[in-house]
Design a protein. Structure first.
Length: 382
C-alpha cells in the first residue's frame, strides 16, 4: 500500500514537471508587440526551461540537488530576460527540502536559496531588463520570497509534526511494553510468592517432625512436590510470553479455583472459610484480579500468621465487587510457624491491581488482632 502511494506521488511530480517545462518553453517563445521577449538562441531557452521544470519529477529522491538545479535555471531565466513568474518550481522543490531534509541541511539551503532567487529577480527587474522602478522590483522579489520561503516553511512544519507523531507513537509503544512487563512481573511474583511460601512452610514442618512423625513428614513432602510442579507449570506458561511476541499468558485463573487456593492454605496451616456470591459472568480480567488479590492475601496469612483462621468473602452486585480477607493472627503466645520468611511486595501488587480498575484498597492490622485486606472494585454492569 505504501509503495502504491509512493508511485502515485511520483506520477503527480512527473505531471507537474512536464507542465512546468511546457510553461517555461512557452515563456522562452513569448512575444510582445510582435517582438520576442527573449532574444537569445531558442535552444538555450528550451534548455533553461527543461532545467527549471523537469527536475521536479525527481524532487522526492534528491530534494537538495533539485532545488539547486531549479534555482540556477530560474536565476538564469531571470537574468536573460525570459518572462518571470513567482518561482513555482522553486517553491515545489523548497517544500520537499523543508519536509524531507533535517534542519542542519534544509536551513542552510533556504539561507542560500532566498538571496539567489530574490537577488536574480531584483537585478532582472531593476538593472538587466528594467521594466519597473526599484519599488516594483522589490515587490516582485518579495513575492518570490513569499513563494519559496512559504513553501519551505510549510514543508518544515509538516516534518516537525510527523516527527512529533512518530515520537508519540514510540512513547505509546514503550508504555505498552512497560505495562506488559509489569503485568508479567505481577504474575511471576504472585506465582512464586504463593507457591514458595507453601513450600517453605511445609519444608519447616517436615524438618520438625521428620523423626517424631514420619507419616506427617511424608505428607508435607507430598504437598511440597505437588506445589512445586504446579508452580513450575504456571511459570513455564508465563515465561513463554517472553519468548513469543504477542502470546497470551495461557489459561487465566478464574474464581472457580478459589477453592483450590483455600485448600492449599489449609494444608499450610491457615483454616480458610471461603464465601463467594454473585460473581457469575464477571469478565476474565476481573476474575484474574480477584483471584490474584485473594491469592496474595492468603500467602501473607501463611507467611505471617499461620497457624490461624481466615475469612475470605467475595461478593458482587450491580454497584460494586467486594473482596474482604481477614485473618485472626497467630494464636496468643504462639509465634507464627513461618516467622522466618521475609516480606515482599504483595500489598503493593494488590494496590496496583486495584488501581488499574479504579477501585479502592485498604489493608492493615485489626483491632481485635490479625490482619485485614478490603478491596472495592466498580461493578461491570452485569
Amino acid at each position: 500500500m505504501k509503495l502504491k502511494g509512493q508511485h502515485h506521488l511520483y506520477a503527480l511530480d512527473l505531471g507537474a514537471a512536464l507542465a512546468l517545462t511546457a510553461v517555461y518553453v512557452g515563456f522562452a517563445r513569448l512575444t510582445a508587440d510582435g517582438q520576442p521577449t527573449y532574444t537569445g538562441p531558442i535552444w538555450l531557452g528550451c534548455l533553461i526551461a527543461a532545467a527549471a521544470g523537469l527536475p521536479i519529477a525527481v524532487r522526492r529522491r534528491w530534494p537538495l540537488a533539485v532545488l539547486g538545479t531549479v534555482l540556477a535555471a530560474l536565476a538564469a531565466a531571470s537574468l536573460l530576460g525570459i518572462p518571470r513568474e513567482p518561482y513555482i518550481a522553486a517553491g515545489l522543490a523548497a517544500y520537499l527540502v523543508g519536509r524531507a531534509e533535517p534542519a542542519r541541511r534544509s536551513v542552510p539551503a533556504l539561507a542560500v536559496a532566498l538571496p539567489v532567487a530574490c537577488g536574480a529577480v531584483y537585478l532582472s527587474e531593476a538593472v538587466v531588463t528594467p521594466a519597473e522602478d526599484w519599488r516594483g522590483a522589490v515587490g516582485v522579489a518579495g513575492l518570490v520570497l513569499l513563494v519559496v520561503g512559504g513553501a519551505w516553511g510549510v514543508g518544515f512544519t509538516v516534518r516537525g509534526r510527523r516527527a512529533e507523531a512518530g515520537r508519540e507513537e514510540r512513547r505509546r509503544s514503550e508504555r505498552a511494553l512497560d505495562e506488559e512487563r509489569l503485568r508479567i512481573a505481577r504474575e511471576l511474583h504472585d506465582i512464586v510468592s504463593h507457591n514458595l511460601s507453601l513450600i517453605a512452610v511445609k519444608a519447616g514442618v517436615a524438618g520438625h517432625v521428620a523423626e517424631a512423625d514420619p507419616r506427617e513428614a511424608r505428607a508435607a513432602l507430598e504437598v511440597i512436590e505437588e506445589t512445586s510442579r504446579s508452580a513450575l507449570a504456571e511459570m513455564r506458561r508465563t515465561l513463554g510470553v517472553l519468548r513469543t511476541a504477542g502470546a497470551p499468558l495461557g489459561p487465566v485463573p478464574d474464581l472457580d479455583r478459589l477453592g483450590s487456593l483455600a485448600a492449599e492454605a489449609n494444608r499450610a496451616g491457615v483454616d480458610v472459610d471461603l464465601t463467594v456470591h454473585g460473581t457469575q459472568g464477571l469478565a476474565e480480567g476481573t476474575q484474574l484480579t480477584i483471584y490474584r488479590i485473594v491469592q496474595e492475601a492468603l500467602t501473607n496469612a501463611v507467611r505471617h500468621a499461620a497457624p490461624t483462621r481466615c475469612q475470605v468473602t467475595v461478593e458482587a452486585d450491580t454497584r460494586e465487587i467486594r473482596i474482604d480477607i481477614e485473618d485472626e493472627g497467630p494464636s496468643p503466645g504462639r509465634p507464627p510457624a513461618n516467622r522466618q520468611l521475609p516480606g515482599g511486595h504483595g500489598l503493593l501488587g494488590m494496590r496496583e491491581r486495584t488501581m488499574m480498575y479504579g477501585g479502592s484498597f485498604e489493608a492493615g492490622p485489626r483491632q481485635e488482632g490479625g490482619f485485614a485486606v478490603s478491596v472495592r472494585l466498580p461493578a461491570e454492569g452485569k
